[in-house]
Design a protein around this ligand. Sequence first.
Ligand code: IMP
Ligand code: MG
Length: 178
Amino acid sequence: MGKIKVRDRNFSVSIPEAKIKARVAEIASQISKDLKDKKPLFLAVLNGSFIFAADLMRGIDTPCEITFVRMASYEGTASTGKVHQLIGLKDDIKDRTVVIIEDIIDSGLTMKSLLQMLAEKQPRDIRIAALLVKPGNLKVDLDIPYCCFEIPNDFIVGYGLDYDGEGRNLPSIYTVTD
Ligand code: IMP
Ligand code: MG
């Protein structure tokens, strides 16, 4: 399935399933090594990161926990990212080593506001694990120690990422071609 259609747009495969799997396993062992005995709390950002989070966590071989947040953001015009709201973090993260799991960092504004909100809760350490980063679009300075792939600015779907709600189920990552 090299070429597919999601809604009205055509896509072709850009990162095949096997390559994602291998890279996620690599990042998972890096995290396991770096955070051994720190009992990291993974904080997966819904919805897009659910598949990445599930695969990443199964590659971790030191005791760890996971919890979830959902970022409410305005779409389209408000891509200024000014208004974001954190929904659902009930966990006490004070003095914890937190690893944010995000599907994709585009402008970085979502991540920046999440980091600011989390910092107020006084974790010991916050690190970012991102499946994808679009360095060409980054508008803020972010330290991303665990990045699986850097990609061009083109729109992508698959492996949890959606185009208007669809395409999350695709096991590979696809880039728009039209
Ligand atoms: P940021 O605040 O610009 O970094 O926004 C990141 C969010 O935009 C991600 O969590 C995705 O939901 C969405 N996003 C950015 N680029 C893409 C893409 O190529 N495909 C699907 N969603 C994307
Ligand atoms: Mg997302």
